[in-house]
Design a protein around this ligand. Structure first.
Ligand code: FES
Length: 112
C-alpha cells in the first residue's frame, strides 16, 4: 500500500494532510513556500506534493501535449509529480521534503 492510498483511506483526515502529521503538535513549526508564486504552508517533514495537494494544487506539471499531470505513484517512481524546485528541474515532489521559502514551479515538457 502506498503512502497516497493510506492517505486516501484515512478516515481521520480533516485538513487533507498525510497521516502522522498532527496539526496541533507541529503548528508552531508550520512554514511556507511558494508554488508558481502562490503561498503554500507545510509541516516539517511534509513533501512538496503533499503540501501542494493540501493547498488545492493538483497539477504538478504539463505533458508534451499540454495535458495536466499530477501525483500518481506517490513513491518517487513514475515521475508524474516532477516540478522545478529552486532552479532544479525534474524534482520528484512526492518524495522531496518541503523547505521554508522554496520557490517551486509547475513543470512542463522540456523543463530540463
Ligand atoms: S508521483 Fe510518481 S514519482 Fe512522484
Amino acid at each position: 500500500m502506498t503512502l497516497l492510498s493510506r492517505w486516501r483511506r484515512n478516515p481521520d483526515r480533516t485538513d487533507g494532510r498525510l497521516p502522522g502529521v498532527v496539526p496541533g503538535r507541529a503548528a508552531a513549526q508550520l512554514f511556507s513556500f511558494t508554488v508558481d508564486d502562490r503561498p503554500v504552508t507545510a509541516y516539517p517533514g511534509e513533501t512538496i506534493a503533499a503540501a501542494a495537494i493540501a493547498a488545492g494544487i493538483r497539477v504538478q506539471r504539463r505533458g508534451v501535449d499540454g495535458s495536466a499531470r499530477g501525483l500518481y505513484c506517490g513513491i518517487g517512481v513514475c515521475g508524474e509529480c516532477e516540478m522545478s524546485v529552486d532552479g532544479r528541474f525534474s524534482v520528484r515532489t512526492c518524495v522531496e521534503p518541503a523547505e521554508p521559502g522554496a520557490d517551486v514551479r509547475t513543470g512542463g515538457a522540456g523543463d530540463e
